[in-house]
Design a binder for this molecule. Structure first.
Ligand SMILES: [Zn+2]
Length: 285
């Protein structure tokens, strides 16, 4: 019998058990890092838009506004005051970041590497969430993004390409901003509103976001990023309007639907940075 099992082992060599254990621990690390980052992104998105300081997050229900304990917050419990559940975004983020972290661990972007690649992704996700939920790009996040974008840019494509990319992002988004302001004024005049109170189509935060993405993508990729970003933003707006029509909440106000330039540009920048082959396949040669 001993001989037989020896033969079987030789015919079907099983992988060494220690190697299997190593691989699992190896993958646990990026998953845990991603989970931690997911909590951080949720925390920043919960707390920064209201206070711009790192305090304990409050219940988003304005009638309640109770402050849960850290333990209750971290355990994703419902609000003790009004019973409100944590937002779907909380859970989406906690699923998305470990997945992204694992993906970047297994195939890290060539020059960015796993650590910087994951930090940049978490940063862009935070900005996109706050932009979608509050339509604003916060100044402290913009400053952090300029530093992060500049270092990641120089590492990937040198300082010249980074600098020109940043300037192009700044210039193009400033033009959009000016056109948006003009459009808002004209519309307000036609509707008989006070132009000072009319909602602006583009926020000034989009200018700093354009600069950050310019640094990150560099020249000449930023052109491509801005062009595809515009298309993506248009597509997102169209989907939002279609959903509003379907759930019958479409009113004249839908013309006021803002164009989510920020999230659209971020989506495209993420695809260019992390899935360059996918973008390459989309572009006719
Ligand atoms: Zn509450």
């Amino acid at each position: 019998m001993r001989n037989l099992s020896a033969i079987r082992l030789r015919c079907f060599p099983l992988p060494d058990k220690t190697i299997i254990a190593d691989v699992n621990i190896f993958l646990l690390l990026p998953l845990l890092c991603g989970l931690g980052l997911g909590w951080l992104v949720n925390y920043l998105a919960d707390v920064l838009p209201d206070t711009v300081t790192l305090t304990r997050p409050k219940c988003p229900n304005p009638a309640c506004a109770q402050t849960p304990s850290w333990a209750a917050y971290l355990q994703l419990r419902n609000c003790a005051g009004c019973g409100r559940r944590r937002s779907p975004r909380t859970f989406i983020t906690l699923g998305l970041l470990p997945a992204a972290s694992l993906f970047l661990w297994l195939s890290p972007p060539a020059k960015l590497g796993y650590v910087l690649g994951t930090v940049v992704f978490a940063y862009l996700l935070t900005v996109a969430i706050i932009d979608l939920e509050h339509r604003l790009v916060l100044r402290p996040l913009s400053i952090a993004g300029l530093l992060l974008g500049a270092s990641a840019g120089v590492l990937q494509h040198g300082w010249k390409s980074t600098l020109i990319g940043g300037l192009v992002g700044l210039g193009v988004m400033s033009l959009f901003y000016l056109f948006g302001m003009l459009f808002t004024r004209l519309r307000a005049r036609r509707l008989g509103q006070d132009p000072a109170e009319a909602e602006e189509a583009f926020g000034s935060g989009d200018i700093s976001l354009g600069t950050i993405l310019g640094l990150l993508l560099g020249w000449p990729l930023i052109w491509f990023g801005l062009l595809l970003g515009l298309l993506a933003s248009g597509a997102i707006s169209l989907i939002v309007i279609l959903v509003l029509v379907i759930v019958r909440r479409y009113k004249e106000q839908a013309f006021m639907v803002f164009i989510p330039l920020g999230p659209g540009f971020i989506l495209i920048a993420v695809l260019i940075l992390y899935l360059p082959n996918l973008i390459g396949a989309l572009v006719p040669k």
